[in-house]
Design a protein around this ligand. Sequence first.
Ligand code: NAD
Length: 386
Amino acid sequence: MNRKLISHPYSRRRFIHDLSVNAGVAALAFNGLNLFSSCDDPNNKNKASNMQEGDQKKLGIALVGLGNYAGGQLAPALQQTNDCYLAGIVTGTQSKIDTWKSKYNIPDKNVYNYQNFDSIKDNPDIDIVYVVLPNSLHAEYVIRAAKAGKHVISEKPMAINPEDCDRMIAACKEAGRMLSIGYRLHFEPYNLEMARLGTKKVYGNIKKMSAGFGFPIGDPTQWRLNKSLAGGGPLEDVGIYCIQGFCYTIGMEPIAVTAQEGPKTDPVKFKDVEQSLTWQLEFPGKIICEGKASYAEGLNFLRAEAEKGTFELTSAFNYSGQKGNTPEGPMDLPKVNQQAKQMDDFAQAIKNKRPTSVPGEMGKRDVKIIQAIYKAMATGKRVEIK
Ligand code: NAD
């Protein structure tokens, strides 16, 4: 195999151009999905936001939940964004307030707790609320943010059941606000390249795919191991990236699934959720996608076997450091700050009144797939995905 760095047709220049003018991978890869979020009502009924029509100012984002992802990734990314900035915080922990205020120059008037959060409706500095709480709390805070007249980003998974997704989508639609999911990899060049190679059939039809994402989980008391807060185990947390990878690489939605729970080597730690599981998603055209999610081992890959060879990411879902190969050699694509791109894209979508490429409907689709995988795992039967 030719191992030299190849110049992909989807070049650095083309990629940068695409990032600046379109909404990322969606138009390429999600043909079957209505990309217009229900929340993309341009009427902007609620006028609490200070964003004026055609206004090119940076939109203010308030982060809800100042945990590891908000503090380690999103706040630093918001120092690199062009179309939005960190304007406010919502936290239940008094000690975090001073640290965040001084580190990010956040005024007192933009600091909220979970009790007074709804009064954010009167704050014109906040255009977008970004919910970064444990999974089962996304629905409540997205709905409250929409009712406060704010555009909303929900972290993945969007919710722990499709009914909550429906309520979230409806609340944003009712408020005339946009809803987006924190699917950062839709703005990451190597994953975009997988989508291009797959949907454009550059190496012919995909015959099968595989993906795995996992890590050994530490603290046994954390919410990720509590079903009522997490919705489930590693499938909810990291397996969702494999599901996403299959969908954007193939450019279709799955129609059925089988699944198997892995062994529990630590039944105390994993009393509430699975330790690991494997699943097989069937896509139209008899494409089978084998996924694995684990809280016991390190996994991080996305592979497509096509008629003319295999293309893959051997380091697929991390915040940086993606690596990829094609039948023509390694991929060589730009490194970006995924979260900065993701948030800037949403801010641009709001400003330009265009749909987001990662809408609530996509979040709901994935929540439905996750539910089907759990049903297949519990019953041992093939479950159709409607
Ligand atoms: P975390 O535990 O580090 O932070 C959670 C925050 O929620 C904490 O500040 C905690 O105080 C707060 N909180 C409020 N109410 C809580 C309650 N009842 N129980 C527990 N915590 C409560 O978690 P995290 O890793 O930051 O994950 C938060 C969300 O972000 C999750 O939905 C997760 O799936 C998502 N996430 C996404 C990515 C990504 O790459 N897109 C990466 C990590 C996490």
